[in-house]
Design a protein around this ligand. Sequence first.
Ligand SMILES: Nc1ncnc2c1ncn2[C@@H]1O[C@H](COP(=O)(O)OP(=O)(O)OP(=O)(O)O)[C@@H](O)[C@H]1O
Ligand SMILES: [Mg+2]
Length: 243
Amino acid sequence: MYAIEVERLTKIYGKGETAVTAIADATFQVTPGELVAILGPSGSGKTTLLTAIGLINEPTRGKLVIDGTAVADGGWLPGLDLKRLRREKLGFIFQAHNLIPFLSARENVMIALEINHLTRTEARNRADELLSALNLGHRLDNYPSALSGGEAQRVAIARALANKPSVILADEPTAALDTENGKNVMALLKELAVENNSAILVVTHDHRMVEGFDRIFHVSDGRIAGEETNGVQHAGTAPALQG
Ligand SMILES: Nc1ncnc2c1ncn2[C@@H]1O[C@H](COP(=O)(O)OP(=O)(O)OP(=O)(O)O)[C@@H](O)[C@H]1O
Ligand SMILES: [Mg+2]
């Protein structure tokens, strides 16, 4: 089974003469454990693609299946609880870490777990375990303002991973970091993709950041104009790309 299946996915903003086709007929599949970069210039449609897959931006046309659940076929399918799907299947990491400023590192991760009905003690244990695994065991009680950019981004990663989502979506997660911290965050994402068997989609416009990714999609004017595969072959994936 695929973690993400996208078939002729299209997003058009607006109508008539001012309509903008932000994504046109994107077709691809991503397997669990695969780390995929979406590379392209500003305005090429990267965020639109990510937010459509993230169930926060309704596609205009095309099909979308997340972790075996059909979610869109010419717009959202009726009868879906999108919020719940988002909570249970997806993890988001943004350019700015989006941590809650008045909660500690630990509490920022706990909140994601408590939303999914873990008890406070369970949430606390899992938050501490995750943060320690990301080398933040000594920063549990720090507020975001007392964390470095790289540390804050790792807390955001811990939060995105908290519920073991099958799909992790990251939009320019290293944009606010220096090269070294950026590379560390990318290496970490790669490790986690394999370890948790999560599909990870990372948007970036910095090609230096995507070393070691399994695949790279090049987006141009809303189309997936090309694809590179970096070594690792995944059984049963012959990605059908149209663009
Ligand atoms: N809410 C919106 N309403 C109308 N047009 C939009 C909207 N969001 C994005 N667009 C347009 O869709 C196109 C793709 O935008 P998108 O934000 O997906 O690009 P991007 O590749 O993420 O760019 P960047 O690298 O600058 O973040 C652009 O032409 C943009 O102006
Ligand atoms: Mg963007």
